[in-house]
Design a protein around this ligand. Structure first.
Ligand SMILES: NC(=O)c1ccc[n+]([C@@H]2O[C@H](COP(=O)([O-])OP(=O)(O)OC[C@H]3O[C@@H](n4cnc5c(N)ncnc54)[C@H](OP(=O)(O)O)[C@@H]3O)[C@@H](O)[C@H]2O)c1
Length: 261
């Protein structure tokens, strides 16, 4: 399949104010894309606008909470009036939570599902008419290794990321008829603000993981996923090992993960 050209591509990118989303916005602007970058923190988006100012692409910023229906509609209205169509939607915004399920309130599950599942799904629904008018349109979902193999103490986050993957798998087949591609990138632990922005998590809760990647590297791999139209990509050796261990030796994997927890 021919490579996707990102020059002049019209892109919506959520979660642009930090981590993977911020790096990805910069790399897309370097390649000449027009990016509508969104997140809640306006001052962070303004700083990003400044950073991208002299790059070949264009950045437009729009601050708001993605779990709010009005903000999702505002993103779509802004895209329609500026771009008149959409070539790529990057569902990147997300937040995690750490801790045992039996210690948590039902609020934590609701909050995690809102930002990691319902928000990207409902934004996608609103974007479909614009994507139908796009050039080689694609939806890129930022999942996680935990979309493929769940671990203890992150039940809400794993559930939301599994849900995203299941929804995307179904959508991929439905949208093939309209020539809208559905792609998924699944990072492992990434150095970002993720662990500082956890939902309803005690300060003493720790995340256990082996190694980590920079947001810049994950953004490079997200670009490669888009350019080469990779359906699903798990991006670290440790992540692949966890997923394959879980498939081939599920009981042993459960026991090992239980010890970590
Ligand atoms: N870091 C990891 O280890 C890791 C591993 C696997 C997958 N991922 C996934 O990678 C994606 C990006 O995460 P990251 O590591 O770059 O974390 P991050 O630095 O915390 O970035 C998360 C982004 O999402 C935005 N966001 C969060 N809640 C929002 C809301 N309610 N409305 C609008 N925007 C919201 C944040 O912006 P505001 O706070 O300004 O709204 C921020 O820009 C997430 O989907 C995450 O699940 C991360």
């Amino acid at each position: 399949m021919a490579r996707r050209d990102l020059k002049n591509a019209r892109i919506i990118l959520t979660g642009a104010s930090s981590g993977i989303g911020r790096e990805l916005t910069i790399q897309l602007c370097r390649r000449g894309a027009s990016v509508l970058a969104t997140a809640r923190r306006l001052e962070r988006l303004q700083e990003l606008e400044h950073v991208c100012h002299n790059l070949p692409g264009k950045i437009h910023i729009l601050a708001g909470d993605l779990t709010c229906e009005k903000h999702r509609q505002a993103i779509v209205d802004e895209t329609a009036s500026r771009f008149h169509g959409l070539d790529c939607l990057v569902n990147n915004a997300g937040a995690g939570a750490i801790g045992r399920f039996d210690d948590a309130t039902s609020d934590r599950l609701r909050k995690v599902m809102e930002i990691d599942f319902f928000a990207p799904v409902e934004l996608t629904r609103l974007c479909l008419p614009l994507l139908e008018r796009g050039i080689r349109p694609a939806i890129l979902n930022i999942g996680s290794v935990l979309s493929h193999r769940a671990v203890p103490n992150k039940s809400e986050y794993c559930a939301a990321k599994f849900a995203m993957r299941g929804w995307a798998e179904s959508l991929r087949v439905e949208l093939a008829r309209k020539k809208i591609e559905v792609l998924m990138l699944s990072p492992s632990t990434t150095r970002s603000e993720f662990l500082e922005s956890l939902v309803e998590t005690n300060a003493d809760e720790k995340s256990q993981s082996l190694g980590s990647m920079s947001s810049e590297r994950v953004a490079q791999l997200a670009i490669s996923t888009l350019v080469r139209s990779k359906r699903e990509m798990i991006i670290s050796l440790g992540g692949k090992a966890l997923v394959w261990a879980g498939r081939l030796f599920p009981r042993i994997t459960d026991r090992v993960l239980g010890r970590f927890a």
